[in-house]
Design a protein around this ligand. Structure first.
Ligand code: WTA
Length: 635
C-alpha cells in the first residue's frame, strides 16, 4: 500500500515546501494518487477566493472509508485499528482490528440504509466516546450520508438548533455517558431536544451503553443493537465525488448562531492523512493517542480519519484526565506504550497544577512525539510538558489549525523542525500563510512581523462553505482581507520566520480549548427576563486559558446578586451547555459605549484582565463615568 510522502529532515521539509508552493497542483496530485479512487479527477484544483469557490479533484470518485478500511486489509487486517480505553481503569481495553472495524462499519451502514438513510442525508450524533461512535460515523461515510457530530456536552437547545439547521433525518445517541465518577443522561437531553421540536428527525437510534433506564417514544426511538443485529458484513460503499460533502461540524463565530462548517471527501482525506503522517512522524506499528473528543474537529481529523487513512493504531479514551486521579493519562500511556500523544494546553495546565507526583513513577519511554492543540500554549506549560512528559528529549509539536482548516496548518514535524516554546513554527507543505496589517490590509513581508493571520492559497482540506449560508462563509472568512482566507487569529513571525499564534482578534474566546462566541453567551444571558443588556469578554485564566467574564445590566427592582447569578448560569447551561457558563458575573449600571453606541469591548477586556491602569483615553466615550463604575465593581 502506498502512503503520502513522509518528510525525513528539516532540509527535506524546506525542499518539499518549496515544491509545494511552486507547483501546488502537481504536488497534491502526486500525493492524492497514493489513495484508492474509483475514477480519476477531471482536474486538480479550481478556485477563487471571491465566491469563494474551491474544488479539489472535482470529478474524482472515491469513498473515504475504502481508504480508511478496505485497503488496509491485505497488509494489516489483523492489526488494531481502534484501541478503546474505557472510563474505568479496571475495565479491559477493547481492540478492534481493521478487519473487525470494517465488518462493524458495514453492518451499521446496512442498518442505516435499512432505516432509510442514503447519500446526502444528514445524521446527527450526540454520543460519548465509545467505539460505536466511531463505527457509526464511518458507517455514514460508507453510505454517503453526511455526519454532523454535536459534542455531547451541549444542551438540548443547542442540539435542537444544530439538528434543525442541518435538517437531520436521524440522531444517533447513547442511553448514558460515563465520565469519571459521573453518569450523564444522554438520551434524556435528546428527548428534551425532540420536545423542543426537531421536525426533520425520523429516527433516534439509541446505543445501549450503561443499560440504565431511559424514556422511549416508539414512534421514532430504535435500538442500535437491534438495528445492526444480523446485518451483512458487506456494505457496498457509495461512490462519492471528491467534492461531495463528507461532514458538517458546527463551530462558534463572532456573531450569534454557530456555523455549520462543511468539509468534502477528497481534499479532506488527502490532507488529514498527509498532515498526520508528517506532524506525528507516525511509523507502522506505533500506538497513537489523541485525547480530544470526537465532537470537535481534532477528534474527526486526528482520532478517526487521519490515523485510519494511513493504517495507524488510534486510541479512543472514554474518560477524563483526572479520574481516578491526575495520573490517568500517564498510566494509560504506560499501559498501551503510546508512541504519539496529542492533547490540549488546558489539560496540561490542569495536570501540572495537581503536582508532579502524578507523573513520576510512570514509564513514558515509549513516547516519540508529544503534541498540543486548541489554544496558545504558555511557556510554563510548554516547559513542564517538555520536561516532565517528554523527559527533555521528546519533541513537542504545537499544532495550529481550526475547524475550518480541517487539518493542521502550522506545526513542527516530529523531531525534524526547530522548536521554540510558544511558537507553532513553520507551515506544513502546501500551506501558504501570511500576515496582514490590520490598518491598511496589506500583507506584511519580511521578518520579524506581526498582523492578522491569513492564508493566500487554497489547501485540500479547507472549508468549502457554511451549511445553508454561503454568504456567511464569504463574509466571515473571505471579506476582511480580499483575496485571502482570514483565520480570525493574530500572529507574529520571529526573525527566522517561525509563527507564534497570539490569539483571536475577533469576538471569539477560547475556554479550555473550546471555541465560544461572546455573542452566543450574551444571547443566552439576555434570555433572563430581568436582564437588560449584557457584554461578555474573555479574561486570562490559569487553567482554562480564557475564562468567561459577563457584565450584566439588570432592570429596575431588587435583585439578590447571588441568586440572579445562579439563574444566569442556569440559563446559559440550558441554552448552550455547561462549557459556556460564565466564570464571573458583574452587575453594572451601564456599559461603556462609543458615541455611535457601540460597546467598547477593549475596555471591558482590560478591566476583566485586571489591567484597568492601561485603559488609555476614555474621555471620548459616550459615558466615560461608566468606566469608573465598572472598575469599582470588578470581580
Ligand atoms: C486556537 C481546533 C494557538 C486558534 C483545532 C484557532 C491555537 C482556534 C492553536 C480554532 C495553537 C488552535 N496555538 N492557538 N496550537 N490551535 N488554536 O476550531 O485561536 O476548535 O483559531 O480548532 O483555536 O479552534 P477550533
Amino acid at each position: 500500500m502506498q502512503l503520502p510522502l513522509q518528510i525525513k529532515s528539516f532540509d527535506h521539509y524546506q525542499e518539499v515546501y518549496q515544491q509545494s508552493v511552486d507547483n501546488p497542483e502537481s504536488f497534491w496530485a502526486e500525493q492524492a494518487r497514493t489513495f484508492d479512487w474509483h475514477q480519476p479527477w477531471d482536474k486538480v484544483l479550481e478556485w477563487d477566493f471571491e465566491g469563494p469557490n474551491v474544488k479539489w479533484f472535482p470529478g474524482g470518485k472515491l469513498n473515504i472509508t475504502e481508504n480508511c478500511l478496505d485497503r488496509h486489509l491485505e497488509e494489516r487486517g489483523d492489526q488494531t485499528a481502534i484501541l478503546f480505553e474505557p472510563n474505568e481503569p479496571g475495565d479491559p481495553a477493547i481492540s478492534l482490528t481493521y478487519r473487525q472495524l470494517l465488518d462493524e462499519v458495514s453492518k451499521t451502514g446496512n442498518a442505516l440504509r435499512e432505516l432509510g438513510i442514503g447519500k446526502g442525508d444528514r445524521v446527527c450524533f450526540y454520543m460519548p466516546m465509545v467505539p460505536e461512535l466511531a463505527i457509526s460515523i464511518l458507517a455514514c461515510a460508507r453510505i454517503g450520508a453526511i455526519h454532523s457530530v454535536v459534542f455531547a456536552g451541549f444542551s438540548a437547545q443547542a442540539l435542537a438548533d444544530r439538528v434543525n439547521d442541518a435538517e437531520c433525518k436521524m440522531i444517533i445517541c447513547s442511553d448514558y455517558n460515563k465520565r469519571g465518577a459521573k453518569t450523564i443522561p444522554v438520551k434524556e437531553v435528546v428527548d428534551e431536544a425532540m420536545g423542543l421540536g426537531c421536525p426533520s428527525i425520523e429516527t433516534v437510534l439509541v446505543h445501549r451503553n450503561t443499560g440504565g433506564d431511559i424514556g422511549w417514544d416508539p414512534s421514532y426511538d430504535k435500538w442500535y443493537h437491534e438495528a445492526t443485529e444480523g446485518q451483512s458484513t458487506d456494505c457496498t460503499p457509495e461512490v462519492m465525488d471528491a467534492e461531495d460533502v463528507l461532514f458538517i461540524l458546527y463551530t462558534s463565530g463572532s456573531t450569534g448562531k454557530p456555523k455549520g462548517v462543511v468539509h468534502t471527501c477528497g481534499g479532506y482525506m488527502l490532507y488529514t492523512a498527509f498532515s498526520f503522517l508528517n506532524v506525528f512522524q507516525y511509523q507502522p506499528g506505533d500506538v497513537y493517542w489523541c485525547t480530544a473528543d470526537i465532537g470537535w474537529i481534532t477528534g474527526h481529523s486526528y482520532i478517526l480519519y487521519g490515523p485510519l487513512l494511513v493504517g495507524a493504531t488510534t486510541m479512543m479514551f472514554e474518560g477524563v484526565p483526572t479520574y481516578p486521579d491526575a495520573g490517568r493519562f500517564w498510566e494509560v500511556c504506560e499501559k498501551h506504550k503510546v508512541n504519539q500523544f496529542y492533547t490540549a494546553p488546558t489539560a496540561i495546565r490542569a495536570l501540572m497544577a495537581r503536582g508532579d507526583e502524578f507523573v513520576e513513577g510512570y514509564d513514558l519511554s515509549s513516547l516519540k512525539v508529544i503534541g498540543s492543540v486548541g489554544e496558545p500554549i504558555n511557556q510554563e506549560a510548554w516547559e513542564w510538558y517538555k520536561e516532565k512528559i517528554g523527559k527533555d528529549t521528546v519533541p513537542i509539536v504545537d499544532t495550529w489549525w481550526q475547524t475550518e482548516t480541517g487539518g493542521m496548518m502550522i506545526s513542527g514535524l516530529g523531531g525534524h523542525s526547530p522548536q521554540k516554546p510558544t511558537f507553532a513554527g513553520y507551515p506544513l507543505p502546501g500551506i501558504q500563510p501570511c500576515l496582514v496589517d490590520k490598518e491598511n490590509i496589506q500583507e506584511v513581508e519580511g521578518n520579524p512581523a506581526s498582523g492578522l493571520l491569513c492564508v493566500k492559497f487554497p489547501w485540500p482540506s479547507m472549508l468549502r462553505t457554511i451549511w445553508g449560508d454561503h454568504q456567511r462563509c464569504k463574509n466571515t472568512y473571505f471579506s476582511t482581507v480580499p483575496g485571502m482566507y482570514f483565520t480570525g487569529d493574530g500572529a507574529r513571525r520571529d526573525e527566522n520566520g517561525m509563527y507564534r499564534i497570539v490569539g483571536r482578534v475577533d469576538d471569539v474566546i477560547n475556554v479550555s480549548g473550546h471555541r465560544m462566541g461572546t455573542a452566543e453567551v450574551e444571547n443566552a444571558i439576555d434570555e433572563h427576563p430581568e436582564v437588560v443588556e449584557t457584554a461578555v469578554v474573555g479574561y486570562p485564566h490559569d487553567i482554562k486559558g480564557q475564562g468567561i467574564y459577563a457584565y450584566v445590566i439588570m432592570g429596575p427592582g431588587d435583585h439578590n446578586g447571588d441568586e440572579v447569578r445562579k439563574e444566569i448560569i442556569d440559563i446559559v447551561r440550558k441554552e448552550i451547555g455547561p462549557i459556556a457558563k460564565p466564570d464571573k458575573i458583574q452587575f453594572v449600571s451601564a456599559l461603556p459605549k462609543t458615541r455611535s453606541g457601540k460597546i467598547m469591548r477593549r475596555i471591558l477586556r482590560k478591566v476583566a484582565a485586571g489591567e484597568a491602569d492601561q485603559l488609555g483615553d476614555t474621555s471620548t466615550l459616550l459615558n466615560p463615568e461608566a468606566v469608573d463604575d465598572i472598575i469599582r465593581g470588578k470581580r
